[in-house]
Design a protein. Structure first.
Lengths: 794, 256
């Protein structure tokens, strides 16, 4: 009899049990995979650092490989346990070409983003791995590519590239895509391709080559401060200078993507459990009559409870089982998205975690069920037969008055009145919609901010119409030739004038000059920006004014805090020619180099030997929109790379916006699916309770369509309210959830950008449309309600 | 003119793959302005007859003409409009939407009707509703919730709702079945008054006192009308006892 009741129940509530099963599957799948990923990601960065042998400290400096002052210094240093030099060449766009092939029939050109090194397979420090995490081995004529460079240039294994350094040109076949802890991270801004030693030596046979030497250093235990103190005193001209801990911080964006997925998972788990509890409570309420009869014929409470416990045990076993199986491919997919550049320790360690999570799901469901069925004890057999009513009456608040609504359609009035008079009934629905809206809007604000044109000012640049790379940016630095840069910029202006455009050019040269504030023993080396060129531009400050005189500078707020200085204090730059004092006139924020740096005035006299980077030449065209200006410049300078502000930022942070776009599609898909599922579930349950009301309306002459509208408009109103609440909550929560991520990168006072069209129109309308359509289709079930069911009214 | 003409009406339910013939070739007529009661033992098909001739349930075979229109061939939407504008329903249980006040429940069908759109028409509906409530003596409960009033008041509110669109005919399924004697009397008084004002009434009842106040009583057994008994119009309380006695005798003849 026990199983007959169970079988009948499973059959009768097919849809509800099915949706419950789907949510249990989702809950198990998300819980198992997200917990797994949390564990995996947490350990993955540390593990990757370990196997990559990231040194305690590494710097990059230009050298001809002969008179190497840094090498000489390190040989004598007593604070290091070991050091190694990795030689690399800086490759510009015109030095690397893609061979024409079936994959490249239109002979497309290679386009690098940021700085690109060509090096050999490192044997000790900064090791690289194949895409599957295995060790990399290359033969002559083979090359392993940086992942994002390969993706942006649509290069795959088997493709061929040619690289020319000096007079030597070699052809390579792509055999692997790299996982590179340091130079594979977008935030470093420098990428690395790797070839074998023999091929690299073929280039080295030439005279007068400029190397980008990577000096990897490990301190002797406890000698870190002593080493840094001495090192900073040397004032070497460096391109890059990174400590081990900073590398970890660079993975913040990878963690951001992973973090968002985990937040999505947790929200979904919450929703799943809410729905679960609702379904259990509702099912019990619906079965009060049967429960009453069972009690009346003498069944014990525990016996009745047993029916439900067995039912939910069966559903949860089935759901958790399927969820457990699905969690492996799903978890791997999430993990793959989250840790594209990271070598994960082990892939098969998660069976126990997944199993444990699935067991937890079953346990929680049974706990819910047990807790909910406790109510049964409180009712007598007759109470239960009377549908759980114990005779007590509750006043239902009739909030809206129909007679006061002269134009409102009755079905709309009834929908609005139902919500106002009993919002509690729709709470789970509203909470789910609200969470869903936030799940979309919060990452959307991160994506919009990253894609906005205004973000350029966070990268220490003044917004301009066009950003260009003429393929010679690194030669200006390597050859220490500022005149060549200024001349080329003038040429650009002339060429623009020839084409009838009035344009001005500018560039921001980045210097790495050792400096100190009060204590000459405490030396720091930060990026120091200086604007050059005819375009007189201004920068966004947090406080103070822009530097005007040659001994003035502005400082990022993070640097000011680190050095313990404020506006009016002095900073001393130490170069080989002596010391120069600079007075701080203002503070600004920057997302370059983790928010650390200075900007000196245009008139400051800087030693070009300390110039380390030049990311672009900026062009400002008079009376022309950025997009149009870009198109024009692409025509005039077909060989060069031309970007708009947001494209330039994207090139600097390496397609993160694109990655986030993919994530957004995933989130929107999940939210729409959850919204639709929960809408169907709630409507089914509510309609089951309201069959009598529906029959009554139909019996007094309401058409099916009007009843259907009443049912679905109610959902749409709840959705609209939830979207509004979700939008407001997102606005409130964005500064505490999204802004800190930017703060970690240096933008600690960033103004998050919201694209009103996307945030307030497109996504809400999409949610409304998809959920509304789901509700309308689900409400089609009113057709099946027989008019005679008016007798089922409670 | 006949309000309702039923010819060879059959209604069959299929339960567990077995046919259950509830109505078998029922033929009957209800004249305009007439008040007809249907009586019969439990399971005889009284309620099924009421629901089938009022279009609340589908006809298996036969024809039902409502004021000259064959409702057995009507589409569901047309049938809904007919129920909304030309028919009124009173059920044994006082069914009302619990989230609405008594007044809003009453005016709901009128607001839904095509004739209930626009400010002026809605004002007119409100006046009509107030008038009906006043007539039925429930003006003071207009803004109450449905669980704040007595069963009799609620049934009278249901009568108001059934009358709000000025229907041509009222169908009542055991309208006094859930009421005490006093409330039953009040409800029947109202039904008689409505009928006297020209509205045709067809009701199903177990109660002889209720049936005795009708113009005509149909006796149904095993899905077929076995006989009918005509009284003529009920006019005064004094004749009630006599009508009940006559009806009782007739019902005994019918095997009640």
């Amino acid at each position: 009899m026990f199983f007959r009741i169970l079988k009948k129940d499973l059959k009768r509530k097919k849809t509800m049990n099915f949706i419950l099963l789907v949510f249990i599957i989702l809950a198990a799948m998300f819980l198992a995979s997200s917990v797994n990923n949390l564990i995996a990601i947490n350990g993955a960065v540390d593990h990757f650092m370990e196997i990559s042998k990231v040194p305690d400290f590494f710097v990059v400096s230009l050298s001809d490989g002969k008179n190497d002052a840094v090498d000489e210094y390190l040989k004598e240093d007593k604070y290091l346990s070991e050091y190694q030099i990795l030689d690399a060449f800086d490759i510009s766009n015109n030095q690397i070409s893609i061979e024409e092939s079936a994959q490249n029939p239109d002979n497309r050109k290679y386009e690098r983003s940021g700085i690109l090194y060509l090096g050999t397979i490192p044997d000790n420090f900064l090791k690289v791995f194949c895409s599957d995490g295995s060790e990399l081995h290359l033969k002559s004529g083979e090359i392993a590519l940086n992942q994002s460079e390969a993706e942006s240039n649509q290069l795959e294994v088997g493709d061929k590239v040619k690289i020319k350094i000096g007079e030597v040109e070699q052809e390579f076949t792509v055999v692997s895509i790299l996982k590179d802890m340091v130079f594979g991270n977008e935030m470093i801004g420098t990428k690395r391709h790797v070839i074998c030693k023999e091929d690299f030596e073929k280039y080295q046979e030439q005279e007068n080559l400029i190397y980008n030497r990577i000096y990897c250093m490990n301190y002797k235990d406890g000698n870190e401060n002593a080493f840094m103190k001495q090192w900073r005193k040397q004032g070497f001209g460096l391109i890059i200078s990174i400590e081990r801990e900073a590398v970890k911080t660079c993975y913040v964006v990878d963690m951001l993507v992973a973090g968002v997925f985990i937040v999505v998972s947790i929200c979904l788990i919450l929703i799943a459990f809410l729905v679960l509890r609702f379904t259990i409570v509702f099912t019990l309420q619906e079965d009060y009559k049967e429960i009453g009869i069972m009690k009346a014929i003498g069944m014990r409470d525990m016996g009745i409870k047993g029916i439900y416990l067995v039912k939910y045990l069966m559903i949860s076993l089935a759901g958790a089982g399927v969820g457990f199986c699905c969690s492996f491919p799903f978890g791997n997919m999430l993990l793959k998205q989250a840790i594209v550049n990271i070598v994960v320790e082990k892939a098969d360690q998660n069976v126990a975690v997944n199993l444990l999570c699935s067991v937890i799901i079953i346990f929680i469901i049974l706990l819910f069920c047990y807790g909910s069925t406790n109510k049964l004890k409180k009712f007598s057999a007759m109470d239960a037969i009377r549908n759980g009513s114990n005779g007590e009456r509750y006043q239902i608040k009739n909030c809206l008055k129909l007679w006061k609504r002269n134009r409102m359609k009755p079905y709309f009035y009834m929908a609005a009145n139902d919500i106002l008079s009993g919002f509690k009934r729709f709470f789970i629905l509203a909470a789910t919609f609200c969470i869903g809206t936030m799940l979309i809007l919060l990452p959307l604000s991160a994506v919009s901010t990253l894609k906005s044109n205004s973000l350029i000012s966070m990268f220490s640049y003044s917004p301009s119409d066009v950003y260009m790379d003429n393929g010679k940016l690194n030669s200006y630095i390597q050859q220490e030739n500022m005149d060549m840069l200024l001349r080329d910029m003038e040429e650009i202006e002339d060429k623009l004038a020839e084409n009838g455009l009035k344009g001005k050019t500018g560039a921001d040269v980045i210097y790495m000059v050792p400096c100190y504030a009060e204590n000459p023993e405490e030396i720091y080396t930060y990026n120091t920006f200086q604007a050059v060129g005819s375009w007189d531009r201004h920068y966004t400050l947090l406080e103070g004014r822009e530097p005007e005189l040659e001994n003035e500078l502005i400082i990022t707020d993070i640097t000011a805090k680190e050095m313990g200085v404020s506006i009016g204090d002095s900073i001393y730059f130490r170069t080989k020619d002596g010391e120069q004092e600079y007075i701080i006139t203002g503070t600004y924020q920057s997302m370059i180099n983790m928010g650390k740096g200075f900007r000196v005035s245009r008139s400051a006299v800087m030693d070009y030997g300390y110039a380390s980077l030049l990311f672009c030449i900026q062009v400002e065209i008079e009376e022309m929109e950025s997009k149009e200006a870009c198109e024009k410049l692409k025509e005039i300078f077909p060989e060069d790379r031309i970007w708009m502000a947001n494209e330039f930022v994207d090139s600097m942070i390496g397609g993160i916006a694109e990655q986030l776009d993919t994530m957004m599609v995933f989130i929107v898909g999940i939210v729409l699916m959850i919204n639709s599922l929960i809408t169907v579930l709630m409507m089914k349950t509510i309609m089951t309770k309201e069959r009598g009301d529906i029959a009554l309306l139909k019996s007094i002459g309401f058409r099916n369509n009007a009843v259907r509208k009443w049912q679905s408009i109610r959902i749409v109103i709840v959705l609209a309210i939830s979207i509004m609440a979700g939008t407001v909550l997102s606005k409130v929560l964005a500064p505490v959830t999204i802004a800190p991520i930017f703060a970690m990168m240096g933008g600690n006072k960033i103004e998050l950008v919201i694209n009103p069209l996307e945030a307030y129109v497109i996504y809400p309308l999409l949610l409304l449309a998809v959920t509304g359509v789901s509700a309308f289709f689900c409400a089609g079930a009113v057709k099946k309600v027989d008019l005679k069911e008016v007798n089922n009214i409670e | 003119m006949n309000s309702l003409v039923v010819k060879d009406l059959c209604k069959t339910y299929i339960v567990n793959k077995r046919q259950n013939h509830v109505l078998r070739n029922v033929n009957m007529e209800v004249k305009e302005g007439e008040m007809v009661a249907v009586m019969g033992p439990s399971g005889s098909g009284k309620s099924t007859l009421l629901y089938t001739v009022s279009g609340m349930d589908h006809v298996t075979a036969g024809k039902v003409d409502f004021f000259g229109r064959d409702i057995s061939k009507m589409k569901p939407g047309e049938m809904s409009d007919l129920r909304l504008d030309e028919m009124g329903f009173i059920f044994q249980q006082m069914y009302m939407l619990k989230n609405l006040s008594i007044y809003d429940n009453i005016i709901l069908p009128a607001y839904q009707s095509k004739n209930g759109r626009g400010k002026e028409k809605r004002q007119e509906i409100n006046e009509r509703a107030k008038g009906l409530m006043h007539k039925l003596g429930i003006s003071e409960i207009a803004e109450n919730d449905i669980n704040e009033v007595s069963g009799g008041q609620l049934q009278r509110a249901c009568i108001c709702r059934s009358l709000i669109n000025r229907p041509k005919m009222i169908f009542a399924d055991e309208p006094t079945g859930a009421l005490n004697q006093q409330n039953s009397k009040e409800v029947m008084k109202e039904l008689n008054r409505i009928n006297r004002e020209g509205t045709t009434v067809m009701l199903v009842t177990h109660d002889m006192k209720v049936a005795a106040k009708s113009d005509r009583v149909l006796y149904i057994e095993d899905g077929n009308i076995k006989g009918e008994y005509g009284f003529g119009k009920y006019t005064a309380q004094e004749e009630a006892r006599e009508r009940e006695r006559k009806l009782s005798n007739w019902l005994m003849e019918m095997g009640w």
